[in-house]
Design a protein around this ligand. Structure first.
Ligand SMILES: [Zn+2]
Length: 251
């Protein structure tokens, strides 16, 4: 056969460190914007807050959270991409595709990755960052209780349940929420399993909030969230485009 496939495994298509560094760097600034937006939202809930959003973003807990979130996000993105390219490669090897045919299929696969996964990453990570900013601000301002806010009616049942349970019994600020069977400091917490985390757009407020204010707050949260999610998604798309070029060079 002319032009045979030269690789056996998707691992051969990536320099892991290059990919992780690129995606980590790309997400850092949006996570930072998320923390600042969260701190701003939290400060608006409080009377006479002493901290500024910039103070919150400079807290060791916030800096550490951004580093961990961007690293986990980059590692997870690479794993997922390798998984889907390995499936493709398996089919290619079984069906005896040429290297050119494999390249075309990879280009097509990346169209889907750009469309679906860029949004998923931006949405999920923005939620995690904004809520981290909110919780850190509530903590530093001495707020004692927090509640989970499930904004959308079509959200997961476990998140609706967390909403109703914590509105009845607010959670001490330093404790974890329990969603499904998983502990979480806030919605979008990076320690949550994907089934409780991906595409979540829930938020968190002080336990002293009234339902009327909470509705306005939810609207503000969604507005801030979208203003970060949109450019974050575009940036992720660009990173996947650049990654595709690196991948094709290794075929
Ligand atoms: Zn949710």
């Amino acid at each position: 056969m002319t032009n045979p496939i030269t690789i056996q495994n998707a691992d051969e298509l990536f320099d892991d460190q290059v990919e992780i560094d690129a995606f980590q760097e790309a997400s850092n600034q949006y996570l930072m914007l998320g923390i600042i937006a969260g701190a701003t939202l939290a400060i608006e809930q409080l009377v006479d807050a002493a901290v500024t959003p910039e103070d919150v973003a400079a807290l060791p807990a916030a800096v550490e959270a951004i580093k961990n979130m961007s690293l986990e996000c980059a590692e997870h993105a690479l794993e997922t991409t390798k998984g889907s390219l390995n499936k493709l490669l398996q089919q290619a090897l079984e069906d005896g595709w040429s290297n050119d045919k494999l390249a075309d299929a990879i280009v097509e696969k990346y169209e889907n990755i750009k469309k679906v996964r860029a949004l998923r990453i931006a949405r999920t990570e923005t939620t995690g960052a904004v809520n981290k900013g909110i919780v850190e601000t509530l903590k530093i301002e001495g707020v004692r209780y927090k509640v989970w806010v499930a904004i959308f009616h079509n959200t997961r049942d476990t998140h609706k349940q967390a909403h109703f349970e914590t509105h009845a019994n607010p959670v001490p600020i330093g404790n974890n929420f329990i969603v499904g069977e998983s502990p979480a400091e806030a919605p979008g917490d990076s320690s949550l399993p994907p089934e409780e985390r991906v595409n979540c757009q829930c938020t968190v407020v002080s336990g002293n909030f009234t339902d009327i204010f909470e509705k306005q707050y939810a609207i503000m949260f969604i507005r801030e969230h979208s203003s970060i999610e949109r450019p974050f998604k575009s940036r992720m798309k660009k990173e996947f485009e650049k990654q595709l070029k690196r991948v094709l060079l290794r075929l």
